[in-house]
Ligand binder design. Structure first.
Ligand SMILES: Cc1cc2nc3c(=O)[nH]c(=O)nc-3n(C[C@H](O)[C@H](O)[C@H](O)COP(=O)(O)OP(=O)(O)OC[C@H]3O[C@@H](n4cnc5c(N)ncnc54)[C@H](O)[C@@H]3O)c2cc1C
Length: 508
């Protein structure tokens, strides 16, 4: 219901704000006043979405009650039980478990286990908002134990896999928990271990930069920014103050741009709490090796994003590479910048565990799978998400490492595991991207949505309208009703109160 309600926001944008004025011969406008006058219609759309969601749910329940699949056979005493083990509890792993639960329903002959280092799914599209102090960290993480109902969840780190003996080794990583399971056997194994930051061999940068992949990374960045402000506030020397308030983000893809936008808003937003500091002291610099940011979007949107961020004070160093770093200094291909803060979003590589496996990998180190997501030559081994090199079965194009694709791969994978358990043929993975959305800070976003049935064309949106769409779409996608409400409350609080500068971890 809530998901359908959240989809009321983009529907409102496309139909009420754009299509209806165009149909009556007027140009759509999205000035702040216009948006205010559109607000009651927005409420109407959201209520319509909620009602539609409720009706769909009721209809769905009725259809599956009367016409749903036959209940699975009861366990036949001696029938051997099959064990599916999923490694990784991110988008790919959690969705695969959810879909397997649906596919296999209450089939007593199959058990599912999911192993993950963290006990919650991290909703990465909102990670920049945690670093920028707009959202509470735990609000963008959905506990795996409450989401998965018949999957056994094991919090632990996978340390190795023996493909011959079909065993997975775990390091529980919990101090004092000597009785923790350290070995699992499987009949089907799913690799969904995601990716890590790739520093391209730049060891000093790796040592000194912040990663931006996990919740703890975002929490560290936020606390570090506050720490820098506290230190700068006590620093009377203007020159010594500069590196403290210079924040460098490496990488002009989605993660880097969203983070630079969020940090810029955060840093400038908290200046009021530091009377000794002024906006001229703050520098947020985005370093990118290509000639424009956001290569995933069309050029016009990339340029728009850059212009809007520049207007808000973000500096861009394009055609520039990071080459080295020292304490307090970031070395670029065309000079040095004194800075105490460097965040790396410029490269990722598949999970390093894949290196230890005697399976075929592509040149990035991602596990090669066939078009059904099965690992060739190893019956019952599957891979998906950021740790796999997935190729679309219809277009032969490589699938991008995004959550959008990982979720769809998971649905296909669950169907294929069920088919292979039942001895039926498996099917190839195909998915057409729905488009991309990126927030660039200060209630501004860029959106490029693929037009259904005209896949080579896209609808482009920018500014406040795209920002509303971003919030509506991602709120709809955030798993769990409770999390959606928590995030909505955070967003509402942010409208009326200044950014929170409470340090939650001690960085000294
Ligand atoms: C800041 C940021 C913003 C993003 N924004 C978007 C966006 O807007 N839209 C979009 O589509 N995509 C976005 N992405 C990309 C998206 O997050 C990834 O493509 C997606 O998470 C891939 O899913 P996955 O399940 O393969 O990997 P992950 O979601 O990374 O999950 C991997 C899981 O494996 C676990 N794990 C790793 N190693 C081990 C081990 N040894 N033992 C046990 N468990 C382990 C991890 O704890 C994690 O739970 C973003 C990524 C980032 C970093």
């Amino acid at each position: 219901m809530l998901t359908a309600g959240a989809y009321g926001v983009p529907l409102w944008a496309v139909i009420s704000v754009i299509a209806l004025p165009l149909a009556s011969g007027q140009m759509p406008e999205w000035s702040a006043e216009q948006m205010r006058s559109h607000f009651p219609v927005l409420v109407g759309w959201v209520l319509f979405g909620l009602a539609l969601g409720l009706c769909t749910q009721l209809l769905n329940d009725a259809v599956s009650h009367f016409f749903g699949p036959e209940p699975p056979p009861q366990a036949q005493g001696l029938a051997p039980k099959k064990h599916i083990v999923i490694l990784g509890g991110g988008f790919a792993g959690m969705k695969a478990a959810e879909c397997l639960e649906q596919e296999l329903q209450k089939d007593p002959l199959v058990s599912i286990s999911l192993v993950s280092e963290t006990n919650a799914l991290l909703f990465t599209p909102m990670l920049a908002e945690v670093a920028g102090s707009s959202l509470e960290p735990s609000h963008i993480s959905t506990p795996l134990r409450t989401t998965l109902h018949r999957t056994q969840f094991i919090r632990g780190r996978v340390t190795g896999v023996n493909l011959e003996n079909k065993k997975v080794w775990l390091d529980a990583g919990i101090a004092g928990a000597e009785n923790c399971q350290s070995e699992l056997t499987y009949d089907h194994l799913v690799f969904a271990l995601g990716a890590v930051s790739n520093y391209l061999g730049l060891s000093n940068i790796q040592r000194l930069a912040f990663d931006f992949k996990s919740l703890i990374d975002a929490i560290r960045i936020r606390n570090h920014v506050i720490e820098m402000f506290e230190r700068a506030d006590r620093e009377p020397d203007v020159q010594a103050r500069k590196p403290l308030l210079t924040f460098i983000v490496a990488g002009g893809g989605f993660a880097g741009v969203e983070l630079a936008g969020a940090l810029n808003d955060f840093a400038r937003g908290i200046l009021a709490d530091y009377p000794n500091l002024g906006s001229e002291d703050v520098r947020v610099v985005l370093v990118h090796s290509r000639d424009r940011i956001l290569p995933e979007l069309s050029e016009s949107l990339g340029r728009y994003a850059q212009k809007r961020m520049e207007m808000r004070g973000v500096e861009f160093r394009l055609h520039t590479r990071l080459t080295d770093a020292r304490e307090g200094v970031v070395v670029l291909s065309d000079g040095e910048i004194p800075a105490e803060t460097l965040v790396w979003t410029a490269g990722t590589a598949p999970n390093p565990l894949t290196k230890s496996l005697s399976l075929k990998k592509d040149k990035r180190g991602a596990l090669i799978v066939d078009k059904t997501l099965a690992v060739p030559g190893h019956t019952g081994v599957w891979a998906l998400g950021d740790c796999a090199a997935v190729v679309d079965a219809k277009t032969d194009n490589p699938c991008p490492p995004t959550a959008q694709f990982a979720l769809r791969e998971a649905a296909t994978l669950a169907k294929n595991i069920r088919a292979s358990l039942e001895g039926r043929p498996t099917r190839g993975f195909h998915f057409d991207s729905l488009g991309a959305l990126c927030v660039v800070g200060h209630q501004t976003a860029c959106a490029e949505l693929t037009i259904p049935f005209a896949r080579d064309r896209a609808m482009r949106f920018s500014g406040l309208l795209a920002w509303f769409m971003w919030r509506g779409i991602y709120l709809g996608k955030l798993p769990g009703l409770e999390r959606k409400i928590r995030v909505l409350v955070d967003w509402a609080v942010e409208l009326f109160f200044p950014k929170d500068i409470v340090q939650t971890i001690d960085l000294r």
